[in-house]
Design a protein around this ligand. Structure first.
Ligand SMILES: NC(=O)c1ccc[n+]([C@@H]2O[C@H](COP(=O)([O-])OP(=O)(O)OC[C@H]3O[C@@H](n4cnc5c(N)ncnc54)[C@H](O)[C@@H]3O)[C@@H](O)[C@H]2O)c1
Length: 373
């Protein structure tokens, strides 16, 4: 592969996030990417996306598209229960997959995707767009360089609101097709970003997850405490019932507190760093972050650019299935902790544990308990 090579990119799923983020991202990449096909089961969606993004190669099925177009990279913006099969099919066809979150619905499934990466020599990258949004990479670098000392305390509170109509889309709200609710679907981004910023070394989780007010199987709210190997502690709150409509992230280190107050797409100016001066007065650190260009289009694009650079250079991209598995394991541990009413350690959910085969293995029984309330 040469550095000039243009990647042939296909997008599967032209629904909500496919049309809002993936297709504009591919289209905006100029010489780096060529949109070679759009796949969607729904004929109207396909046609509409084709018109809007100037693509005439439209398919109803991924198999036919892979055989006809031989793409280099395939963005998967389909419902969660289709991710595993599609990602493996993409890699077996010789392409890299760029798959929406949650990557898949169980650790067993994640391990099958990792095995397919190994067998095919291709990669499956999980969408983690908060890591690529404004300021995130600088926050990561500052924390890794210990600019303000070691991370000690983390907060990721996703206070989002979804009214009942949100679940009109049939795959949403159900264990079989969505796998998990507020934690896995909405708070995924903030949790993934926080754990990455804290260094990724989470060790135990104690949590509760429940369905408090929406007519859905999956949880609409969860809360958890995470302990890291370093000793650091984090608080997670994930809900779709909050009228505040905000995402709040915080990392307190030995000498400062980083904060991010955003909603769906962090911007650089939504980050701040506070420190106490000699008199005990809190002041905002004004030389951080360094100015960076505003996000063009969306953070999916920033991540896709990174994938294409790795593809051109023939090296491993960031956030492959193994990285996504770490976040998935933390979410699974949260659900298991809620079901068993005890803390769950990293590594304990292995083959033979029902939670190895299903993200929220306690799902239906939890729902039955709610029905009796
Ligand atoms: N990263 C983010 O910010 C973000 C935001 C929203 C959704 N998502 C994730 O993206 C995925 C899709 O969510 P959405 O809200 O866009 O869903 P959606 O239902 O709006 O769109 C999914 C599209 O996939 C198509 N589809 C379904 N089965 C197909 C098949 N077998 N072959 C081809 N096309 C098929 C549907 O027709 C639909 O157009 C989910 O995993 C969701 O969690 C991510």
């Amino acid at each position: 592969m040469t550095s000039q090579e243009t990647a042939r990119v296909a997008v599967v799923g032209a629904g909500g996030i496919g049309a809002a983020a993936h297709l504009p991202a591919v289209q905006s990449l100029g010489d780096e990417a060529q949109l070679v096909a759009i796949v969607d089961l729904d004929a109207d969606r396909r046609a509409e996306a084709g018109n809007r993004f100037g693509c005439t190669d439209l398919y109803s099925g991924i198999e036919e598209m892979l055989a006809a177009k031989r793409p280099d990279v395939v963005a998967l913006a389909t419902p969660p229960h289709l991710h595993e099969a599609m990602a493996i099919e993409v890699m077996r066809a010789g392409a890299w997959a760029y798959c929406e979150k949650p990557l898949t619905g169980s650790l067993a499934s994640a391990d099958r995707i990792i095995a397919a990466e190994r067998d095919t020599g291709r990669w499956c990258v999980s969408v983690s767009q908060f890591r690529y949004a404004g300021g995130s990479q600088q926050a990561y670098a500052a924390l890794r360089n210990r600019r303000w000392g070691r991370p000690l305390i983390g907060v990721a509170h996703t206070n989002w609101y979804r009214g009942p109509e949100y679940w009109d889309i049939p795959w949403r709200g159900k264990f079989r097709t969505e796998f998990g609710g507020a934690t896995t679907t909405q708070a995924y981004h903030a949790i993934d970003l926080l754990v990455w910023l804290m260094g990724g070394d989470w060790a135990t989780v104690s949590g509760v997850a429940d369905t408090l007010a929406r007519p859905i199987e999956v949880e609409d709210t969860s809360a958890a405490v995470v302990r890291f190997q370093s000793g650091a502690i984090a608080s997670l709150l994930s809900t779709v019932l909050s009228s505040r409509q905000e995402t709040h992230l915080q990392v307190t280190t030995e000498r400062a507190t980083l904060g991010l107050d955003t909603l769906y797409l962090p911007q650089q100016d939504e980050w701040s760093v506070r420190q106490l001066d000699g008199e005990g007065v809190t002041r905002i650190v004004d030389d951080w972050p360094e100015p960076e260009p505003p996000l063009e289009v969306n953070a999916h694009r920033a991540q896709l650019r990174g994938i294409l650079a790795a593809w051109r250079e023939g090296r491993r991209p960031d956030v492959t299935a193994a990285d996504a598995r770490s976040t998935l394991e933390l979410l699974t541990a949260l659900y298991k902790s809620s079901a068993t009413e005890r803390s769950v350690a990293r590594g304990e959910i292995a083959q033979g544990d029902p939670f190895y085969d299903a993200l929220d293995a306690a799902g239906p029984s939890r729902k039955q308990a709610i029905v009796h309330v």
